[in-house]
Design a protein around this ligand. Structure first.
Ligand SMILES: [Zn+2]
Ligand SMILES: [Zn+2]
Ligand SMILES: [Zn+2]
Length: 100
């Protein structure tokens, strides 16, 4: 298996929002959150209705995301479709809004 060659794009980022940026604007809900390790965009996962994290990847080509809700410290590369090691874990901005 080929190693991920995108680790150079991993940066220390500040979360763009407490939850999925687009879902918060449109009043939608999500299942889990992903944070972009190139720019800090917070989006929702592929199990969520709108898949905003993947949409962000398609729009920007930022390859690496980190699991953010809950923060578990793992990374994922959309280009290689595989887990990647992250040098650190992004601290959460604050409590994640919940819609139950
Ligand atoms: Zn990669
Ligand atoms: Zn979303
Ligand atoms: Zn990004």
């Amino acid at each position: 298996m080929k190693a991920c060659a995108h680790s150079g794009s991993i940066k220390t980022v500040t979360p763009s929002a407490r939850g999925c940026e687009e879902c918060l604007k449109s009043g939608s809900t999500w299942v889990h959150l992903r944070i972009c390790r190139a720019c800090g965009h917070v989006g929702c996962c592929d199990d969520s209705p709108h898949k905003h994290a993947r949409a962000h990847f398609r729009a920007t080509q930022h390859p690496i995301i980190e699991g953010y809700d809950p923060p578990e410290g793992w990374g994922w590369c959309y280009v290689d479709d595989k887990e990647v090691d992250l040098p650190d874990q992004t601290p959460q901005l604050g409590p994640i809004p919940r819609y139950a």
